[in-house]
Ligand binder design. Structure first.
Ligand SMILES: *Cc1c(COP(=O)(O)O)cnc(C)c1O
Length: 472
């Protein structure tokens, strides 16, 4: 396969893509394969001789496609959305063809300057103040790791990278139980240690970290000789969409000199709509914020937007050069690889540029508002249906519920019944949902956020859930 063959196969893939999307609703959402089914069809060694592209693509259809869970399926209601908009796919196509490595300004000035401007567009569209500067990270996990490393270095007077942690005061980081596991891993990788991640109990309908208990925990740690370094708050926790009170969390954190990072990986995209911004009120006081346009906005993986108040803190932590001696952004030169853990970076900003231009902010807001409204409508229908109960109320487009037929009181029996319901629904294939645990119960989690979902797709979920529950 040479570049001269590319037009033929490039067109093939373009046609395939349109056909794939046109027929998605006919496919089971979750792959219906057993462990090992795919591996059994793959040879044990790489071929010595070149094979024709016809054969490779035929095997792709035969071996790979049955093992795909269709994240772009309009009835994918599991985990969180992972949207690919056609315009952003085109942008990726262009960027993949050139495959530039955009680690420094000079290794592709367009990528750097586009990234700066796109992060400004996004910042303004989310209603964040101009004091924030953005960088595109590979994942929310990567952004949170960068934020935790920054907390560590700030708290240690920038000595951790040089001296290691052995002779350092023991740092403390605070978060509720509702934050994503990427927080735990950032704590491990940064050398701070799981035992120094202090869990603050939550309160209220949004399961927010209790600011008073947060304050007390910091004071107790200081009295015990620890050094509090930072806090990680969430807007839209992954399990049930928990939202910390960002204003109160920032106020307590700042009073003790803590670095505040807000993880809004999933929910952040909804902040394009002004009416949802109350969920992260006070976010302007944070030091660092991450959200994933690769989840709900339509710029397929990977594209995490990381906004920071003080890029110099991030580069002082992560840049190998003593970049903190320079002024970032002066001379129009920024080397974004110094803002993140990986050195290499793809031209990801192009996806946002295509997305914003092809749909407009208004188009993106319309999609998100629809998802939220349809999800709320489904929640109300389930609430009004005998034998179903809503467990956590919708946070944007995410809520949890469970099947609790009258007469069945035992908690273990109910957990078992709901797990069987989830499995039966996913085996059926018309929709895909997942379970989570909250308040000690196994509950069914529902989120709507698919790029091509319609109201009818969301309402189909109601029919499927009721129909299959009746057979258990
Ligand atoms: C999805 C999610 C993450 C992880 O995102 P990645 O980009 O896959 O690392 C972290 N936090 C929250 C709240 C999430 O929803």
């Amino acid at each position: 396969m040479r570049w001269t063959d590319f037009p033929k196969w490039g067109r093939y893939v373009a046609d395939w893509a349109a056909d794939y999307h046109a027929t998605l609703r006919e496919r089971p959402v979750r792959a219906q394969t057993k462990p090992g089914d795919i591996a059994a069809q793959l040879p044990l060694a790489a071929p010595e001789l070149a094979q024709p592209m016809e054969d490779v693509i035929a095997d792709f259809e035969k071996i790979v496609m049955p093992g795909i869970t269709h994240w772009q399926h309009p009835r994918f209601f599991a985990y969180f959305p992972s949207n690919a908009s056609p315009a952003a796919v085109l942008a990726d196509y262009f960027s993949t063809v050139m495959a530039p490595q955009c680690m420094l300004w000079q290794t592709s000035p367009a990528a750097t300057e586009m990234e700066t401007r796109m992060m400004e567009w996004l910042r303004d569209a989310l209603g964040l103040p101009t004091g924030f500067h953005g960088v595109i990270q590979d994942s929310a996990s990567g952004a949170t790791l960068a934020a935790v490393l920054t907390m560590r270095e700030k708290a240690l007077g920038w000595a951790g990278n040089e001296d290691g942690l052995s002779d350092m005061p023991r740092l403390r980081i605070y978060a509720s139980e509702e934050v994503h596991t990427s927080v735990d891993r950032a704590i491990w990788i940064s050398g701070i240690g799981q035992n120094n991640l202090v869990r603050i109990p939550t309160k209220g309908p949004l399961r927010a970290m209790d600011p008073e208990l947060f304050d007390q925990a910091i004071k107790a740690d200081i009295a015990a000789g620890y050094k509090p370094a930072g806090v990680i708050a969430c807007t839209g926790g992954t399990g049930t969409g928990a939202c910390d009170e960002i204003a109160a969390t920032c106020a307590v954190g700042k009073a003790h000199g803590l670095y505040v990072h807000v993880d809004a990986a999933w929910a952040g995209s909804a902040m394009l709509c002004e009416e949802f911004r109350a969920l992260w009120a006070g976010v302007e006081h944070a030091d660092s914020i991450v959200l994933n346009p690769h989840k709900w906005m339509g710029t397929q993986f990977d594209l995490s937007a990381h906004f920071v108040r003080a890029p110099e803190d991030l580069t002082r932590t992560l840049a190998i050069q003593p970049e903190y001696l320079k002024t970032h952004g002066k001379d129009g030169i920024i080397n974004y690889s110094e803002w993140s853990v990986p050195l290499g970076r793809r031209f990801r900003a192009l996806k946002l540029w295509f997305l914003f231009r092809a749909y407009g902010l208004d188009g993106l807001r319309g999609m998100i508002r629809n998802h939220v409204a349809w999800s709320e409508e489904l929640c109300e229908k389930l609430r009004d249906t005998p034998d179903f109960e809503v467990i956590t109320e919708p946070v944007l487009s995410l809520f949890t519920f469970r099947f609790a037929p009258k007469g069945l009181e035992d908690l273990d029996d109910l957990d078992d019944l709901n797990l069987r319901l989830v499995n039966a629904i996913n085996d059926d294939g018309r929709i895909y949902i997942t379970q989570t645990r909250t308040q000690g119960k196994l509950v069914i989690r529902f989120q709507a956020g698919q790029w091509d979902a319609t109201r009818e797709d969301v309402m189909t979920a109601y029919d499927v859930i009721c129909e299959i529950a009746a057979t258990l």
